[in-house]
Write a protein that binds this ligand. Sequence first.
Ligand SMILES: C[S@@+](CC[C@H](N)C(=O)[O-])C[C@H]1O[C@@H](n2cnc3c(N)ncnc32)[C@H](O)[C@@H]1O
Length: 254
Amino acid sequence: MDSIYGYPQYYEIAYSYRNIPAEVDVMEEAIRKYSRIPVQTVLELACGNSPHMLELAARGYDYYGLDISPTMLEFAQTKANAHDLDVHFYQASFVDFRLEEPVDFVYIMLGSLYVNNTEELLSHFAHVHRALKPGGLYFLEWCVDFAPLDSGLDSWVMRKDGITVTTRYTTRLHNAPEQLYEENILFTIKDKGRPLKLLHTGLRRAIFPQEFLLAATKLNDFEFLGWWDEWNWHRPLGEGRGEIIRPITVLRRL
Ligand SMILES: C[S@@+](CC[C@H](N)C(=O)[O-])C[C@H]1O[C@@H](n2cnc3c(N)ncnc32)[C@H](O)[C@@H]1O
């Protein structure tokens, strides 16, 4: 079966449930509250189809996107061209990448911090550190696993322009001591009557909160500013026992 990342047009529909302007408001509030430097350049890691790019550009930021998939990058570049935007894309892995110049703000969405082992996690933080100016923020959505990923299941349906994309997301334990989980993202698509199935399947190493802090703040030079549930500054994690949904975490580079 083909990969979901080979068809960015369907990926974009599947994840279009987000309120992008509201999310950019939260990112800007993080900058106002916590950044020690003014922000002009922003880098999205694992940018894929760059869902926040147009909104960020409309607010005057210079957008940089980095992704490992040439197909996703091509789609994002076409979108940028259609809006006459001067943006910069890098095809590279966020595990080890280099920019010509450090940026003012780095972010990563939807738990896209895919690493296979601890070495890659540490390498990731070291390279983000190098890519970010001192005092700049690293803003992450999900990426920290506050509960074991075993037997996770989520599914939803999104529609646009007569196309229906049903997404089924599952995880299951692959290797306990290595904290490796198998992740499957299955799209079932109805596009003008043509049925199509696309699958992403891969391993993801769970990153639990205390080792995230260890890797970011003790083994790399980031300061931890907090984590909050559902993109909501009024919901710092650590209070209550409810399910945690789409948490955000903010780090500052020392
Ligand atoms: C869930 S999508 C996120 C796309 C987009 N940022 C969003 O918010 O919808 C995950 C992306 O991570 C990319 N990716 C996976 N491993 C990567 C790596 N090691 N380095 C860079 N990008 C990676 C995939 O190609 C894919 O585009």
